[in-house]
Write a protein that binds this ligand. Structure first.
Ligand SMILES: Cc1cc2nc3c(=O)[nH]c(=O)nc-3n(C[C@H](O)[C@H](O)[C@H](O)COP(=O)(O)OP(=O)(O)OC[C@H]3O[C@@H](n4cnc5c(N)ncnc54)[C@H](O)[C@@H]3O)c2cc1C
Length: 380
């Protein structure tokens, strides 16, 4: 039976980032993923510069085969009002990537042993050793399998029951020459439009000749109808071509404060979407996924087998120091009057350029107030 130091389930950005750090420190790491790469992941593919810093991406190398679209501004507004163009003249404030390229690049460079096209079928934990699918073994198992991660479920996550997930749908497609002409979205300035009830927002991100259109909401009812209304709005405004494909793909994620799942137990940790880490206001999940991988790596490197829950507890402490403490109580429904007032106030604020730039963009979407996390010198 193949025996490794660490088995990671999920080869997305969190799993491959963790693997890379551990491999660089001499550990034998394997990644198990049900898909073969390149694979698509439902995502707008927008990342902040902090992500490139944390990943130590060599931009020249990345650009050789992949798209990295610099973003210098945003068009931002509500679906029933005029939008503001907010530009940042001093250099890119974000980038757009294609997940099929980005995830494959990170996975390849991780240096881990890859078991792709391999779904988790069974798990056993005996004598401080995990056995996955009666085949792969390791003293430490890391769940990096995204929102529906089988390891999170094994640890007791109750999908859709006690946790309020954001549900979203999107398409990404290569535009034909006539679609490129008809598309008025500027690649360096993605567009964000909040729903009038402020329960979510839609986006359009252009990456060279690819167009990504999507919408996510906190309530999970009538998502297809919201998407359809959003696309009609974009077409009426002349922002996107009339003949876009109609096969939208759905997915879900948990915002950090809404997640209730435990992040660790004896011999097992969760990172990335499996732990439910996305930023509440924007839904950005790649940066928290990578930061959780860096924090997990530091804790793993400071320990050795057996990895008891007690020994790994610094992971939760450091995650709370970075992301804050999670609310202990369930989310209670807001009084309808207060909710209506919030919507009215929010809608007025969203019309002002100052609020759009300094609060919505700089704080909520770009997280400029928080310096990137980088790997500290190893404890090994
Ligand atoms: C519509 C939408 C738009 C988004 N847009 C953005 C954005 O623009 N910017 C941003 O920062 N974040 C965005 N996010 C969030 C972002 O996509 C996630 O936070 C990010 O992908 C988390 O990375 P991860 O490595 O934790 O998980 P994932 O990227 O989900 O990777 C999980 C991996 O686990 C594998 N896996 C799953 N189940 C199993 C199993 N049973 N057995 C084996 N392998 C398994 C999967 O194949 C996958 O490769 C968006 C999310 C959605 C839904």
């Amino acid at each position: 039976m193949p025996r490794h130091d660490v088995l990671i389930v999920g080869g997305g950005p969190s799993g491959s980032s963790l693997a890379r750090i551990l491999v660089q420190q001499g550990m034998d790491v394997a990644i198990v993923d049900k898909q073969t790469f390149p694979r698509d992941k439902v995502c707008a593919g927008w990342i902040t510069p902090a992500v490139l810093t944390s990943l130590q991406i060599d931009v020249e190398d990345y650009l050789q085969q992949n798209i990295l679209q610099p973003i210098h501004g945003f068009r931002i507004g509500r679906m029933s009002a005029n939008a503001n163009d907010i530009d940042y003249p001093d250099g890119p404030v974000s980038y757009a990537i294609r997940r099929c390229e980005f995830d494959t690049y990170l996975l390849k460079r991780s240096g881990a042993t890859l078991y792709t096209n391999t779904k988790v079928e069974s798990l056993r934990f005996e004598n401080n050793i995990w056995t996955l699918n009666d085949t792969y073994t390791a003293p430490l198992l890391v769940g990096a399998g995204g929102h529906f991660c089988p390891i999170a479920r094994h640890m007791g996550a109750k999908l859709g029951k006690v946790e309020v997930a954001v549900t979203a749908k999107e398409i990404e497609f290569a535009m034909t020459a006539s679609q490129q002409q008809a598309c008025k979205v500027v690649a360096a300035r993605p567009e964000l439009y909040f729903c009038d009830d402020l329960q979510g927002y839609g986006w359009v991100v252009r990456k060279q000749n690819y167009l990504n259109i999507g919408l996510g909401r906190e309530d999970n009812t009538r998502l297809s109808e919201h998407i359809s209304n959003f696309c009609n709005f974009l077409k009426q405004q002349g922002r996107i071509p009339d003949d876009i494909p109609d096969k939208f793909h759905g997915h879900a994620y948990l915002c950090y404060t809404q997640a209730r799942r435990p992040m660790l137990d004896d011999g097992v940790m969760l990172i990335g979407d499996a732990a439910g880490l996305a930023y509440g206001e924007s839904g950005e999940g790649i940066r928290p996924a990578i930061e959780s991988a860096i924090i997990a790596a530091q804790v793993i490197l400071a320990n050795s087998s057996p990895y008891t829950k007690q020994a790994l507890s610094a992971y939760v402490e450091q995650m709370e120091a970075r992301f804050g403490k999670r609310a202990k109580t369930e989310v209670v429904a807001t009084n309808p009057l207060i909710h209506a007032l919030k919507i009215s106030l929010g809608n007025s604020l969203l019309n002002t350029r100052w609020f759009d730039k300094h609060v919505v963009l700089n704080r909520w979407f770009l997280h400029r107030q928080q310096a990137p996390l980088v790997m500290q010198a190893s404890a090994r």
